[in-house]
Design a protein. Structure first.
Length: 591
Protein backbone atom coordinates (compact mmCIF):
# COMPACT_ATOMS: atom_id res chain seq x y z
CA UNK A 1 0.00 0.00 0.00
CA UNK A 2 3.00 2.29 -0.14
CA UNK A 3 3.17 2.64 -3.90
CA UNK A 4 1.37 5.64 -5.37
CA UNK A 5 -1.70 4.87 -7.46
CA UNK A 6 -2.88 7.25 -10.22
CA UNK A 7 -5.84 9.44 -9.28
CA UNK A 8 -7.77 8.28 -12.34
CA UNK A 9 -7.34 4.66 -11.54
CA UNK A 10 -10.60 2.69 -11.66
CA UNK A 11 -8.94 -0.72 -11.55
CA UNK A 12 -9.27 -2.87 -8.49
CA UNK A 13 -6.23 -4.93 -9.53
CA UNK A 14 -3.92 -1.89 -9.39
CA UNK A 15 -5.15 -1.05 -5.91
CA UNK A 16 -4.51 -4.62 -4.78
CA UNK A 17 -1.18 -5.19 -6.51
CA UNK A 18 0.66 -3.17 -3.91
CA UNK A 19 -0.71 -5.33 -1.09
CA UNK A 20 1.07 -8.62 -0.32
CA UNK A 21 -1.33 -9.80 2.42
CA UNK A 22 -4.08 -11.97 0.95
CA UNK A 23 -6.52 -11.07 3.75
CA UNK A 24 -6.14 -7.33 3.14
CA UNK A 25 -6.56 -7.93 -0.59
CA UNK A 26 -9.79 -9.79 0.17
CA UNK A 27 -10.98 -6.94 2.41
CA UNK A 28 -10.40 -4.42 -0.38
CA UNK A 29 -12.39 -6.67 -2.74
CA UNK A 30 -15.26 -6.92 -0.23
CA UNK A 31 -15.43 -3.13 0.19
CA UNK A 32 -15.20 -2.73 -3.58
CA UNK A 33 -18.08 -5.17 -4.20
CA UNK A 34 -20.28 -3.58 -1.56
CA UNK A 35 -19.69 -0.08 -2.95
CA UNK A 36 -20.28 -1.23 -6.52
CA UNK A 37 -23.55 -2.98 -5.62
CA UNK A 38 -24.64 0.03 -3.56
CA UNK A 39 -24.07 2.30 -6.56
CA UNK A 40 -26.10 0.00 -8.76
CA UNK A 41 -28.91 -0.18 -6.20
CA UNK A 42 -29.00 3.60 -5.71
CA UNK A 43 -29.28 4.13 -9.45
CA UNK A 44 -32.17 1.64 -9.61
CA UNK A 45 -33.91 3.21 -6.59
CA UNK A 46 -33.37 6.68 -8.01
CA UNK A 47 -34.81 5.67 -11.35
CA UNK A 48 -37.84 3.86 -9.90
CA UNK A 49 -38.65 6.49 -7.25
CA UNK A 50 -38.59 9.33 -9.81
CA UNK A 51 -40.79 7.26 -12.10
CA UNK A 52 -43.20 6.33 -9.32
CA UNK A 53 -43.24 9.76 -7.68
CA UNK A 54 -41.73 8.47 -4.40
CA UNK A 55 -40.14 11.84 -3.65
CA UNK A 56 -38.99 10.95 -0.15
CA UNK A 57 -36.78 8.19 -1.59
CA UNK A 58 -35.04 10.50 -4.11
CA UNK A 59 -32.80 12.53 -1.75
CA UNK A 60 -31.63 9.39 0.10
CA UNK A 61 -30.78 7.53 -3.11
CA UNK A 62 -29.02 10.62 -4.53
CA UNK A 63 -27.06 11.04 -1.27
CA UNK A 64 -26.01 7.37 -1.22
CA UNK A 65 -25.03 7.56 -4.88
CA UNK A 66 -22.85 10.63 -4.36
CA UNK A 67 -21.18 9.30 -1.18
CA UNK A 68 -20.48 5.88 -2.71
CA UNK A 69 -19.00 7.31 -5.92
CA UNK A 70 -16.53 9.31 -3.79
CA UNK A 71 -15.83 6.29 -1.62
CA UNK A 72 -15.12 4.09 -4.64
CA UNK A 73 -12.65 6.67 -6.00
CA UNK A 74 -10.91 7.02 -2.62
CA UNK A 75 -10.69 3.25 -2.19
CA UNK A 76 -9.04 2.76 -5.57
CA UNK A 77 -6.74 5.78 -5.19
CA UNK A 78 -5.74 5.13 -1.61
CA UNK A 79 -6.51 1.55 -0.52
CA UNK A 80 -4.92 2.26 2.88
CA UNK A 81 -8.06 4.27 3.76
CA UNK A 82 -10.06 1.01 3.69
CA UNK A 83 -10.95 1.06 7.39
CA UNK A 84 -12.18 4.67 7.44
CA UNK A 85 -14.27 4.00 4.33
CA UNK A 86 -15.74 0.91 5.96
CA UNK A 87 -16.76 2.92 9.03
CA UNK A 88 -18.50 5.46 6.74
CA UNK A 89 -20.11 2.66 4.75
CA UNK A 90 -21.38 1.02 7.93
CA UNK A 91 -22.79 4.25 9.33
CA UNK A 92 -24.56 4.96 6.00
CA UNK A 93 -25.91 1.38 6.12
CA UNK A 94 -27.27 1.91 9.65
CA UNK A 95 -28.91 5.15 8.52
CA UNK A 96 -30.52 3.27 5.61
CA UNK A 97 -31.90 0.65 8.04
CA UNK A 98 -33.28 3.31 10.38
CA UNK A 99 -34.84 5.31 7.53
CA UNK A 100 -36.24 2.15 5.92
CA UNK A 101 -37.98 1.06 9.09
CA UNK A 102 -39.07 4.37 10.59
CA UNK A 103 -39.46 6.65 7.55
CA UNK A 104 -40.28 4.69 4.44
CA UNK A 105 -41.89 1.33 5.28
CA UNK A 106 -42.90 1.44 9.00
CA UNK A 107 -42.16 -2.26 9.20
CA UNK A 108 -39.26 -4.73 9.08
CA UNK A 109 -38.82 -5.95 5.56
CA UNK A 110 -36.36 -8.29 3.89
CA UNK A 111 -34.17 -5.44 2.59
CA UNK A 112 -33.64 -4.05 6.10
CA UNK A 113 -32.67 -7.51 7.35
CA UNK A 114 -30.25 -7.93 4.46
CA UNK A 115 -28.62 -4.61 5.36
CA UNK A 116 -28.16 -5.82 8.93
CA UNK A 117 -26.42 -8.97 7.62
CA UNK A 118 -24.20 -6.92 5.34
CA UNK A 119 -23.17 -4.61 8.18
CA UNK A 120 -22.35 -7.64 10.34
CA UNK A 121 -20.32 -9.10 7.49
CA UNK A 122 -18.28 -5.96 6.79
CA UNK A 123 -17.87 -5.22 10.50
CA UNK A 124 -16.28 -8.61 11.23
CA UNK A 125 -14.45 -9.21 7.93
CA UNK A 126 -13.00 -5.74 7.42
CA UNK A 127 -12.88 -4.06 10.82
CA UNK A 128 -12.26 -7.05 13.09
CA UNK A 129 -13.95 -8.66 16.04
CA UNK A 130 -14.49 -5.62 18.34
CA UNK A 131 -16.01 -3.37 15.68
CA UNK A 132 -17.88 -6.36 14.26
CA UNK A 133 -19.70 -6.93 17.54
CA UNK A 134 -20.36 -3.23 18.04
CA UNK A 135 -21.78 -2.55 14.57
CA UNK A 136 -23.79 -5.79 14.62
CA UNK A 137 -25.53 -4.67 17.80
CA UNK A 138 -26.08 -1.12 16.56
CA UNK A 139 -27.51 -2.30 13.21
CA UNK A 140 -29.82 -4.79 14.94
CA UNK A 141 -30.97 -2.22 17.49
CA UNK A 142 -33.54 -0.38 15.23
CA UNK A 143 -35.17 -3.75 14.49
CA UNK A 144 -35.24 -4.77 18.16
CA UNK A 145 -36.71 -1.39 19.18
CA UNK A 146 -39.31 -1.65 16.42
CA UNK A 147 -40.27 -5.15 17.59
CA UNK A 148 -40.66 -3.94 21.16
CA UNK A 149 -42.71 -0.93 20.12
CA UNK A 150 -44.94 -2.56 17.50
CA UNK A 151 -45.33 -6.15 18.72
CA UNK A 152 -45.72 -8.74 15.96
CA UNK A 153 -44.80 -6.92 12.73
CA UNK A 154 -45.41 -8.02 9.19
CA UNK A 155 -41.91 -8.97 8.10
CA UNK A 156 -42.79 -9.10 4.41
CA UNK A 157 -43.52 -6.58 1.75
CA UNK A 158 -46.48 -4.31 2.20
CA UNK A 159 -47.87 -1.51 0.19
CA UNK A 160 -46.64 1.29 2.45
CA UNK A 161 -46.50 4.47 0.48
CA UNK A 162 -42.75 5.08 0.27
CA UNK A 163 -41.73 1.48 -0.33
CA UNK A 164 -40.04 0.76 -3.68
CA UNK A 165 -42.58 -1.15 -5.81
CA UNK A 166 -42.06 -4.37 -7.72
CA UNK A 167 -39.85 -5.30 -9.58
CA UNK A 168 -37.39 -2.78 -7.92
CA UNK A 169 -37.69 -4.35 -4.50
CA UNK A 170 -37.01 -7.85 -5.88
CA UNK A 171 -33.98 -6.64 -7.85
CA UNK A 172 -32.54 -4.96 -4.76
CA UNK A 173 -33.18 -8.02 -2.59
CA UNK A 174 -31.45 -10.23 -5.19
CA UNK A 175 -28.51 -7.82 -5.52
CA UNK A 176 -28.17 -7.83 -1.72
CA UNK A 177 -28.07 -11.63 -1.67
CA UNK A 178 -25.50 -11.73 -4.47
CA UNK A 179 -23.36 -9.16 -2.64
CA UNK A 180 -23.51 -11.16 0.61
CA UNK A 181 -22.59 -14.38 -1.21
CA UNK A 182 -19.70 -12.80 -3.12
CA UNK A 183 -18.29 -11.25 0.03
CA UNK A 184 -18.41 -14.46 2.04
CA UNK A 185 -16.81 -16.26 -0.84
CA UNK A 186 -14.05 -13.62 -1.17
CA UNK A 187 -13.20 -13.91 2.49
CA UNK A 188 -13.29 -17.68 2.48
CA UNK A 189 -10.95 -17.80 -0.54
CA UNK A 190 -8.53 -15.45 1.21
CA UNK A 191 -8.67 -17.71 4.23
CA UNK A 192 -7.82 -20.75 2.10
CA UNK A 193 -5.05 -18.89 0.27
CA UNK A 194 -3.63 -17.90 3.60
CA UNK A 195 -3.60 -21.51 4.79
CA UNK A 196 -1.87 -22.56 1.59
CA UNK A 197 0.69 -19.77 1.96
CA UNK A 198 1.35 -20.89 5.52
CA UNK A 199 1.81 -24.47 4.37
CA UNK A 200 4.28 -23.35 1.71
CA UNK A 201 6.11 -21.21 4.23
CA UNK A 202 6.30 -24.13 6.62
CA UNK A 203 7.74 -26.33 3.92
CA UNK A 204 10.28 -23.66 3.01
CA UNK A 205 11.13 -23.25 6.68
CA UNK A 206 11.68 -26.97 7.10
CA UNK A 207 13.95 -26.99 4.06
CA UNK A 208 15.91 -24.02 5.40
CA UNK A 209 16.25 -25.64 8.83
CA UNK A 210 17.49 -28.86 7.21
CA UNK A 211 19.95 -26.86 5.12
CA UNK A 212 21.15 -24.90 8.15
CA UNK A 213 21.56 -28.13 10.11
CA UNK A 214 23.56 -29.79 7.40
CA UNK A 215 25.69 -26.65 7.10
CA UNK A 216 26.29 -26.71 10.85
CA UNK A 217 27.24 -30.38 10.69
CA UNK A 218 29.68 -29.80 7.84
CA UNK A 219 31.16 -26.85 9.71
CA UNK A 220 31.65 -29.00 12.82
CA UNK A 221 33.21 -31.75 10.71
CA UNK A 222 35.38 -29.24 8.92
CA UNK A 223 36.60 -27.83 12.22
CA UNK A 224 37.24 -31.30 13.59
CA UNK A 225 39.36 -32.10 10.52
CA UNK A 226 41.18 -28.79 10.65
CA UNK A 227 41.73 -29.33 14.35
CA UNK A 228 43.41 -32.60 13.58
CA UNK A 229 45.46 -31.18 10.75
CA UNK A 230 46.63 -28.21 12.81
CA UNK A 231 47.22 -30.03 16.02
CA UNK A 232 49.33 -32.81 14.49
CA UNK A 233 52.20 -30.56 13.38
CA UNK A 234 51.76 -28.45 16.53
CA UNK A 235 52.03 -31.61 18.53
CA UNK A 236 55.42 -32.14 16.97
CA UNK A 237 56.58 -28.57 17.58
CA UNK A 238 55.46 -28.46 21.23
CA UNK A 239 56.57 -32.02 21.95
CA UNK A 240 60.01 -31.67 20.44
CA UNK A 241 60.54 -28.26 22.09
CA UNK A 242 59.54 -29.85 25.38
CA UNK A 243 62.04 -32.62 24.84
CA UNK A 244 64.81 -30.22 23.86
CA UNK A 245 64.17 -28.16 26.97
CA UNK A 246 64.35 -31.26 29.12
CA UNK A 247 67.73 -32.16 27.58
CA UNK A 248 69.60 -29.40 29.46
CA UNK A 249 70.18 -27.02 26.55
CA UNK A 250 72.67 -24.15 26.72
CA UNK A 251 71.38 -20.88 28.17
CA UNK A 252 71.27 -19.19 24.73
CA UNK A 253 69.36 -22.08 23.19
CA UNK A 254 67.05 -22.21 26.17
CA UNK A 255 65.74 -18.71 25.50
CA UNK A 256 65.07 -19.46 21.85
CA UNK A 257 63.36 -22.69 22.77
CA UNK A 258 61.18 -20.91 25.30
CA UNK A 259 60.09 -18.41 22.64
CA UNK A 260 59.38 -21.28 20.27
CA UNK A 261 57.41 -23.06 22.98
CA UNK A 262 55.28 -20.02 23.80
CA UNK A 263 54.57 -19.14 20.22
CA UNK A 264 53.37 -22.70 19.68
CA UNK A 265 51.35 -22.56 22.91
CA UNK A 266 49.77 -19.28 21.79
CA UNK A 267 48.83 -20.80 18.48
CA UNK A 268 47.43 -23.82 20.22
CA UNK A 269 45.38 -21.69 22.59
CA UNK A 270 43.96 -19.79 19.61
CA UNK A 271 43.05 -23.06 17.88
CA UNK A 272 41.48 -24.28 21.10
CA UNK A 273 39.44 -21.10 21.41
CA UNK A 274 38.13 -21.41 17.86
CA UNK A 275 37.28 -25.06 18.36
CA UNK A 276 35.72 -24.51 21.74
CA UNK A 277 33.62 -21.72 20.35
CA UNK A 278 32.32 -24.21 17.81
CA UNK A 279 31.71 -26.79 20.49
CA UNK A 280 30.01 -24.42 22.88
CA UNK A 281 27.76 -23.26 20.06
CA UNK A 282 26.65 -26.79 19.32
CA UNK A 283 26.31 -27.59 23.07
CA UNK A 284 28.85 -30.34 22.78
CA UNK A 285 31.19 -29.28 25.50
CA UNK A 286 31.35 -31.74 28.38
CA UNK A 287 33.38 -31.14 31.51
CA UNK A 288 36.00 -33.69 32.38
CA UNK A 289 36.51 -34.84 35.98
CA UNK A 290 40.15 -35.51 36.74
CA UNK A 291 41.91 -35.34 40.11
CA UNK A 292 44.77 -32.86 40.21
CA UNK A 293 46.61 -30.74 42.72
CA UNK A 294 45.23 -27.23 42.27
CA UNK A 295 48.23 -25.30 43.62
CA UNK A 296 50.72 -27.35 41.63
CA UNK A 297 48.59 -27.01 38.52
CA UNK A 298 48.46 -23.21 38.91
CA UNK A 299 52.23 -23.00 39.37
CA UNK A 300 52.73 -25.05 36.21
CA UNK A 301 50.50 -22.85 34.11
CA UNK A 302 51.88 -19.67 35.58
CA UNK A 303 55.49 -20.66 35.07
CA UNK A 304 54.73 -20.63 31.36
CA UNK A 305 52.86 -17.31 31.52
CA UNK A 306 55.53 -15.77 33.72
CA UNK A 307 58.02 -15.96 30.86
CA UNK A 308 55.60 -14.05 28.66
CA UNK A 309 55.24 -11.34 31.33
CA UNK A 310 59.03 -11.28 31.70
CA UNK A 311 59.40 -10.47 28.02
CA UNK A 312 57.37 -7.30 28.59
CA UNK A 313 59.32 -6.52 31.79
CA UNK A 314 56.18 -6.91 33.88
CA UNK A 315 56.22 -8.07 37.49
CA UNK A 316 54.34 -11.34 37.80
CA UNK A 317 52.92 -12.41 41.13
CA UNK A 318 51.12 -15.67 41.91
CA UNK A 319 49.61 -15.83 45.40
CA UNK A 320 48.03 -19.09 46.47
CA UNK A 321 46.17 -19.31 49.75
CA UNK A 322 48.13 -21.68 52.02
CA UNK A 323 44.86 -23.52 52.78
CA UNK A 324 44.94 -24.76 49.17
CA UNK A 325 48.40 -26.29 49.32
CA UNK A 326 48.27 -30.02 48.69
CA UNK A 327 44.55 -29.96 48.01
CA UNK A 328 43.64 -32.29 45.20
CA UNK A 329 40.43 -31.37 43.42
CA UNK A 330 38.29 -33.25 40.96
CA UNK A 331 37.67 -31.00 37.99
CA UNK A 332 38.56 -30.23 34.40
CA UNK A 333 42.18 -29.00 34.21
CA UNK A 334 41.96 -28.33 30.45
CA UNK A 335 39.05 -25.90 30.89
CA UNK A 336 40.58 -24.32 33.98
CA UNK A 337 43.87 -23.70 32.19
CA UNK A 338 41.88 -22.22 29.31
CA UNK A 339 40.28 -19.75 31.74
CA UNK A 340 43.62 -18.78 33.25
CA UNK A 341 45.37 -18.60 29.87
CA UNK A 342 42.70 -16.31 28.45
CA UNK A 343 42.50 -14.00 31.47
CA UNK A 344 46.21 -13.81 32.25
CA UNK A 345 47.03 -13.71 28.53
CA UNK A 346 44.80 -10.63 28.20
CA UNK A 347 46.26 -9.06 31.36
CA UNK A 348 49.77 -9.37 29.91
CA UNK A 349 48.66 -8.27 26.47
CA UNK A 350 46.92 -5.09 27.66
CA UNK A 351 49.53 -4.05 30.25
CA UNK A 352 52.63 -2.11 29.29
CA UNK A 353 54.11 -1.59 32.74
CA UNK A 354 53.45 -2.65 36.29
CA UNK A 355 52.27 -5.92 37.78
CA UNK A 356 50.12 -8.89 36.92
CA UNK A 357 48.75 -10.54 40.03
CA UNK A 358 46.99 -13.89 40.16
CA UNK A 359 45.41 -14.80 43.47
CA UNK A 360 43.70 -17.95 44.63
CA UNK A 361 41.76 -17.48 47.87
CA UNK A 362 40.05 -20.31 49.64
CA UNK A 363 36.77 -18.73 50.70
CA UNK A 364 35.16 -21.88 52.02
CA UNK A 365 36.45 -25.34 52.76
CA UNK A 366 34.89 -28.56 53.99
CA UNK A 367 35.90 -32.23 53.73
CA UNK A 368 34.11 -32.61 50.42
CA UNK A 369 34.32 -29.23 48.74
CA UNK A 370 36.35 -26.09 48.56
CA UNK A 371 35.30 -22.76 47.06
CA UNK A 372 38.15 -20.90 45.46
CA UNK A 373 38.13 -17.26 44.42
CA UNK A 374 40.38 -16.73 41.40
CA UNK A 375 41.39 -13.19 40.56
CA UNK A 376 43.59 -11.81 37.83
CA UNK A 377 44.62 -8.18 38.36
CA UNK A 378 46.68 -5.98 36.07
CA UNK A 379 47.89 -2.40 35.99
CA UNK A 380 47.20 -2.01 32.28
CA UNK A 381 44.95 -0.09 29.90
CA UNK A 382 41.73 -0.75 31.84
CA UNK A 383 38.29 -0.93 30.28
CA UNK A 384 35.67 1.77 29.90
CA UNK A 385 32.67 0.94 32.20
CA UNK A 386 30.33 1.16 29.18
CA UNK A 387 32.14 -1.79 27.64
CA UNK A 388 32.14 -4.02 30.71
CA UNK A 389 29.25 -6.14 29.43
CA UNK A 390 30.04 -5.97 25.72
CA UNK A 391 33.56 -7.45 25.95
CA UNK A 392 32.09 -10.77 27.07
CA UNK A 393 30.13 -11.04 23.83
CA UNK A 394 31.58 -12.97 20.91
CA UNK A 395 34.02 -11.13 18.63
CA UNK A 396 33.76 -7.92 20.68
CA UNK A 397 36.73 -5.81 21.66
CA UNK A 398 36.63 -2.76 23.92
CA UNK A 399 38.21 -0.35 21.43
CA UNK A 400 38.01 -0.25 17.66
CA UNK A 401 41.81 -0.19 17.33
CA UNK A 402 42.41 -3.15 19.68
CA UNK A 403 43.04 -5.64 16.87
CA UNK A 404 45.49 -3.31 15.15
CA UNK A 405 47.36 -2.53 18.39
CA UNK A 406 47.27 -5.84 20.21
CA UNK A 407 45.81 -8.42 17.82
CA UNK A 408 43.21 -10.88 19.08
CA UNK A 409 39.88 -12.23 17.97
CA UNK A 410 37.40 -11.19 20.64
CA UNK A 411 36.71 -14.87 21.36
CA UNK A 412 38.60 -15.31 24.64
CA UNK A 413 36.26 -13.65 27.14
CA UNK A 414 33.14 -15.06 25.46
CA UNK A 415 34.57 -18.53 25.97
CA UNK A 416 35.60 -17.68 29.55
CA UNK A 417 31.99 -16.70 30.23
CA UNK A 418 30.57 -19.88 28.71
CA UNK A 419 33.09 -22.22 30.33
CA UNK A 420 32.38 -20.61 33.71
CA UNK A 421 28.67 -21.18 33.12
CA UNK A 422 29.46 -24.88 32.70
CA UNK A 423 31.31 -24.71 36.02
CA UNK A 424 28.23 -23.03 37.57
CA UNK A 425 30.07 -19.79 38.01
CA UNK A 426 30.31 -16.37 36.44
CA UNK A 427 32.95 -13.81 35.67
CA UNK A 428 33.11 -10.40 37.39
CA UNK A 429 35.05 -7.35 36.37
CA UNK A 430 36.29 -4.23 38.13
CA UNK A 431 38.15 -1.88 35.85
CA UNK A 432 38.68 1.74 35.04
CA UNK A 433 40.54 3.16 32.04
CA UNK A 434 44.19 3.92 32.67
CA UNK A 435 44.21 2.21 36.08
CA UNK A 436 43.96 -1.47 35.27
CA UNK A 437 41.51 -4.32 35.58
CA UNK A 438 40.54 -7.11 37.93
CA UNK A 439 38.71 -10.14 36.58
CA UNK A 440 37.50 -12.61 39.19
CA UNK A 441 35.33 -15.70 39.59
CA UNK A 442 34.63 -18.39 42.17
CA UNK A 443 34.68 -22.11 41.48
CA UNK A 444 33.38 -24.72 43.85
CA UNK A 445 35.59 -27.83 43.62
CA UNK A 446 34.97 -31.36 44.81
CA UNK A 447 37.98 -32.31 46.94
CA UNK A 448 39.90 -35.62 46.67
CA UNK A 449 42.13 -35.57 49.70
CA UNK A 450 43.86 -38.96 49.49
CA UNK A 451 45.10 -38.67 46.00
CA UNK A 452 48.40 -36.73 46.09
CA UNK A 453 50.53 -38.72 48.51
CA UNK A 454 49.77 -42.17 47.13
CA UNK A 455 50.06 -41.15 43.54
CA UNK A 456 53.17 -39.02 43.95
CA UNK A 457 54.80 -41.95 45.70
CA UNK A 458 53.84 -44.20 42.83
CA UNK A 459 55.11 -41.70 40.29
CA UNK A 460 58.49 -41.27 41.94
CA UNK A 461 58.74 -44.97 42.56
CA UNK A 462 59.54 -46.20 39.08
CA UNK A 463 59.03 -49.88 39.86
CA UNK A 464 55.29 -49.23 40.05
CA UNK A 465 55.15 -47.89 36.51
CA UNK A 466 57.37 -50.71 35.35
CA UNK A 467 54.48 -53.04 36.03
CA UNK A 468 52.10 -51.02 33.93
CA UNK A 469 52.35 -52.80 30.62
CA UNK A 470 51.44 -50.23 28.03
CA UNK A 471 50.69 -50.67 24.38
CA UNK A 472 50.70 -47.63 22.13
CA UNK A 473 48.97 -47.61 18.74
CA UNK A 474 49.88 -44.54 16.69
CA UNK A 475 50.67 -44.32 12.99
CA UNK A 476 52.37 -40.91 13.03
CA UNK A 477 56.15 -41.28 13.48
CA UNK A 478 56.64 -37.92 15.22
CA UNK A 479 53.81 -38.54 17.68
CA UNK A 480 55.20 -41.98 18.41
CA UNK A 481 58.67 -40.56 18.90
CA UNK A 482 57.44 -37.87 21.32
CA UNK A 483 55.30 -40.29 23.30
CA UNK A 484 58.22 -42.68 23.54
CA UNK A 485 60.51 -39.90 24.81
CA UNK A 486 57.95 -38.81 27.42
CA UNK A 487 57.44 -42.38 28.55
CA UNK A 488 61.21 -42.81 28.80
CA UNK A 489 61.30 -39.79 31.10
CA UNK A 490 58.71 -41.50 33.29
CA UNK A 491 60.74 -44.72 33.08
CA UNK A 492 57.90 -46.51 31.37
CA UNK A 493 58.65 -49.12 28.79
CA UNK A 494 55.90 -49.23 26.20
CA UNK A 495 55.40 -51.34 23.11
CA UNK A 496 54.63 -49.32 19.99
CA UNK A 497 52.55 -50.45 17.05
CA UNK A 498 51.57 -48.48 13.93
CA UNK A 499 47.92 -49.39 13.41
CA UNK A 500 44.78 -50.84 14.97
CA UNK A 501 45.13 -54.31 13.54
CA UNK A 502 48.61 -54.64 14.98
CA UNK A 503 47.30 -53.42 18.34
CA UNK A 504 44.57 -56.08 18.27
CA UNK A 505 47.11 -58.81 17.45
CA UNK A 506 49.50 -57.58 20.14
CA UNK A 507 46.72 -57.74 22.75
CA UNK A 508 45.84 -61.30 21.69
CA UNK A 509 49.48 -62.30 21.94
CA UNK A 510 50.42 -60.68 25.26
CA UNK A 511 48.93 -59.25 28.44
CA UNK A 512 48.68 -55.45 28.55
CA UNK A 513 47.03 -53.28 31.20
CA UNK A 514 46.67 -50.15 29.13
CA UNK A 515 46.31 -49.25 25.46
CA UNK A 516 46.79 -45.65 24.31
CA UNK A 517 45.36 -45.54 20.82
CA UNK A 518 45.22 -42.96 18.06
CA UNK A 519 41.79 -42.69 16.40
CA UNK A 520 42.77 -42.04 12.81
CA UNK A 521 44.95 -44.88 11.59
CA UNK A 522 45.23 -46.91 8.38
CA UNK A 523 43.74 -50.45 8.20
CA UNK A 524 41.55 -50.33 11.30
CA UNK A 525 40.95 -46.94 12.82
CA UNK A 526 40.53 -46.49 16.57
CA UNK A 527 36.76 -47.11 16.51
CA UNK A 528 37.00 -50.32 14.50
CA UNK A 529 39.88 -51.59 16.66
CA UNK A 530 38.05 -51.02 19.96
CA UNK A 531 35.05 -52.89 18.57
CA UNK A 532 37.27 -55.87 17.78
CA UNK A 533 39.09 -55.71 21.12
CA UNK A 534 35.90 -55.47 23.20
CA UNK A 535 34.59 -58.61 21.50
CA UNK A 536 37.61 -60.81 22.33
CA UNK A 537 36.46 -63.92 24.25
CA UNK A 538 39.00 -63.55 27.08
CA UNK A 539 37.36 -60.97 29.41
CA UNK A 540 40.70 -59.75 30.76
CA UNK A 541 41.87 -58.84 27.26
CA UNK A 542 38.49 -57.51 26.16
CA UNK A 543 38.29 -55.28 29.22
CA UNK A 544 41.71 -53.65 28.78
CA UNK A 545 41.77 -49.97 29.81
CA UNK A 546 41.88 -47.96 26.58
CA UNK A 547 42.70 -44.26 26.26
CA UNK A 548 41.85 -42.54 22.98
CA UNK A 549 44.73 -40.40 21.76
CA UNK A 550 43.07 -37.68 19.74
CA UNK A 551 43.56 -34.29 18.19
CA UNK A 552 39.85 -33.65 17.89
CA UNK A 553 38.16 -31.84 20.72
CA UNK A 554 34.65 -32.41 19.41
CA UNK A 555 34.50 -36.17 19.73
CA UNK A 556 34.42 -36.66 23.51
CA UNK A 557 30.93 -38.12 23.49
CA UNK A 558 31.57 -40.32 20.47
CA UNK A 559 34.76 -41.60 22.08
CA UNK A 560 33.06 -42.52 25.35
CA UNK A 561 30.10 -44.07 23.52
CA UNK A 562 32.49 -46.26 21.53
CA UNK A 563 33.71 -47.86 24.78
CA UNK A 564 36.96 -45.98 25.44
CA UNK A 565 37.77 -45.46 29.11
CA UNK A 566 39.33 -42.04 28.70
CA UNK A 567 40.92 -39.68 26.20
CA UNK A 568 44.20 -37.83 25.90
CA UNK A 569 44.51 -34.76 23.72
CA UNK A 570 47.27 -34.09 21.23
CA UNK A 571 49.63 -32.34 21.47
CA UNK A 572 50.52 -34.09 24.71
CA UNK A 573 53.06 -32.68 27.11
CA UNK A 574 54.99 -34.67 29.64
CA UNK A 575 52.79 -33.24 32.36
CA UNK A 576 49.53 -34.15 30.60
CA UNK A 577 50.73 -37.69 30.11
CA UNK A 578 51.84 -37.95 33.72
CA UNK A 579 48.48 -36.71 34.99
CA UNK A 580 46.61 -39.14 32.73
CA UNK A 581 48.74 -42.08 33.82
CA UNK A 582 48.29 -41.14 37.47
CA UNK A 583 44.57 -41.21 36.97
CA UNK A 584 44.72 -44.54 35.15
CA UNK A 585 46.90 -46.10 37.83
CA UNK A 586 44.55 -44.92 40.55
CA UNK A 587 41.60 -46.47 38.70
CA UNK A 588 43.00 -49.81 37.59
CA UNK A 589 45.63 -50.26 40.32
CA UNK A 590 48.98 -51.97 39.75
CA UNK A 591 49.70 -55.66 40.05
P1 LIG B 1 40.81 -10.57 22.39
O1 LIG B 1 41.73 -10.43 23.55
O2 LIG B 1 41.15 -11.69 21.49
O3 LIG B 1 40.58 -9.29 21.67
P2 LIG B 1 38.88 -11.17 24.44
O4 LIG B 1 37.48 -11.69 24.33
O5 LIG B 1 39.83 -11.96 25.24
O6 LIG B 1 39.39 -10.98 22.95
O7 LIG B 1 38.80 -9.71 25.00
C1 LIG B 1 37.83 -8.80 24.50
C2 LIG B 1 38.29 -7.39 24.70
O8 LIG B 1 38.23 -7.02 26.08
C3 LIG B 1 39.72 -7.11 24.30
O9 LIG B 1 39.83 -6.90 22.91
C4 LIG B 1 40.04 -5.86 25.10
O10 LIG B 1 39.52 -4.73 24.45
C5 LIG B 1 39.23 -6.08 26.37
N1 LIG B 1 40.06 -6.65 27.47
C6 LIG B 1 40.09 -7.93 27.89
N2 LIG B 1 40.92 -8.09 28.93
C7 LIG B 1 41.46 -6.87 29.17
C8 LIG B 1 42.41 -6.37 30.13
N3 LIG B 1 42.97 -7.16 31.07
N4 LIG B 1 42.71 -5.04 30.09
C9 LIG B 1 42.15 -4.24 29.16
N5 LIG B 1 41.25 -4.64 28.22
C10 LIG B 1 40.91 -5.94 28.24
Amino acid sequence: MHQSIPLFNWSLRKAQDTEPDSFIRARISIAYTIILFALLKSIIVLFISINSGLWLQVPRAAFVLAVYVIMLKVLLYKPSSLKILTHIMTIVGILIIVSNIYLYTHKINLISLQFVFMIMLTGFYILGNGWGIMYSLISALPIIIFLILKGNPNLYFSSATQEIPSPGVEIIAILNFVSIIINHSLFYRAFQRNLKEKENLNQQLQLSVAEANSLAISRTNFLATISHELRTPLNSVIGITDLLLLDQPEERQKENLRILQFSAQDLLSLINNVLDFNKLESDKMVLERVPFCLAEFMRNICSALMVKADDKKLRFVLEIDHKLEGVVVNSDPTRLSQLIYNLVGNAIKFTDKGTITIRLDCIHKSDQTTDVLFSVTDTGAGINPEKHDAIFELFTQAESDTTRKYGGTGLGLAIVKQVLALLNSEIHLESSPGKGSRFYFTVSFVVQWEYPETISKRITDNTNFDQLKILIAEDNDVNRFILKKHLDKLNINAIMVANGKQAYEAILADDYRLLIMDLQMPEWDGYETIKQIRSIKDPAKAGIYIIAFTASVTEQQKIMDAGFNDYLYKPVTLNDLKVKLEKTVSLIGLT
